[in-house]
Design a protein around this ligand. Structure first.
Ligand code: MG
Length: 308
């Protein structure tokens, strides 16, 4: 299989971590139910391809996301104490109870930078979300779990339009203040551009959040995801969210399609001489297999180019 010609650039991180979101963020947007066995197989294949962090599923209410109603069955078949970290999205304390019972080691909470999306997605105001997350994070920490906080709509909101950098920084800082160890800055509708990425990261760093504690979560809706990832790399970010094959979007955000594809990101990173620990060949094979399960081609340009 073809590989990018390596041309290392000064001033970029030597190594980055890819936080794979395909099994959760990718599959939750699929309307046709994927068999539990295929989900388990997907996660195992991703781990075998070298992904070191794989968000496995979500404990949201099954009525809201029927695709992930089998979270317990999926987790029962995975090694949650092995070398591959397998965080699970947890919306509230009830979800945390299920995560603790399943033996999950890391949870993720999903906050919003805007009031409109907090109301649509969490049924809470911007302010009320902190009250909702506080006991969940506190109890998770008491049980020794690691907590990642997502903050969504950081670069624009479908109902509010522009979102001030300062507002995003304040929300992110408060989520971290609850006890999270990593903050994933999400461009849920894919409208961000590289200068905006740098401004936002600088805003967080100025507010006292270490760049090592930041992750970025880009969507390719407007074709900006890789440019934005490069801008984040230049700003020193070393954790990147992406989805194998480019699966997924955002169910509550109109027009939000296309998570950044892990293969596209890996192609760029390897071309820059940056270590990921990932076998691009094995990853492309995995996404090609999953495209067969879903019955349509993977959105990733790299998968299309290499799978043929
Ligand atoms: Mg996403």
């Amino acid at each position: 299989m073809r590989h990018p010609q390596r041309q290392a650039q000064a001033g970029l991180p030597k190594q980055v971590t890819i936080y794979e979101v395909g099994p959760r963020d990718g599959l939750q947007n699929e309307s046709a139910l994927v068999p539990t066995e295929s989900k388990i197989d997907f996660i195992r294949r991703l781990a075998a391809a070298g992904l070191s962090v794989i968000e496995a599923t979500s404990f949201v209410r099954p009525e809201w996301v029927p695709q992930l109603a089998d979270a317990d069955a999926v987790l029962a078949e995975l090694d949650l104490n092995g070398p591959v970290s397998m965080p699970v999205l947890v919306p509230n304390e009830r979800g945390l109870d299920r995560a603790l019972a399943a033996g999950v080691r890391t949870i993720a909470i999903f906050g919003s930078a805007t009031d409109s999306f907090a109301r649509k997605n969490l049924n809470r105001s911007l302010e009320e979300q902190f009250t909702m997350f506080e006991p969940t994070v506190a109890r998770a920490r008491e049980h020794g779990l690691d907590v990642r906080a997502y903050v969504s709509m950081c670069f624009g909101d479908p109902w509010e339009g522009d979102v001030p950098v300062e507002q995003v920084v304040q929300v992110g800082k408060r989520l971290m203040g609850l006890g999270a160890s990593q903050l994933s800055i999400g461009d849920s509708i894919g409208v961000g551009t590289p200068g905006h990425v740098k401004e936002l990261i600088a805003g967080f760093v100025d507010a006292g959040i270490a760049v090592d504690d930041l992750a970025v979560h880009f969507h390719d809706t407007y074709g900006q995801a890789l440019s934005n990832a490069y801008a984040a790399l230049e700003a020193g970010v070393t954790t990147f969210d992406s989805s194998a094959g480019g699966l997924g979007g955002c169910p509550y955000a109109p027009g939000a399609t296309g998570n950044l594809a892990t293969e596209d990101l890996v192609w760029m990173l390897h071309g820059l001489g940056i270590e990921t620990g990932i076998s691009l060949d094995a990853l492309v094979e995995t996404s090609t297999w999953m495209a067969g399960v879903l019955g349509r081609p993977a959105p990733s340009g790299v998968v299309r180019a290499l799978a043929g």
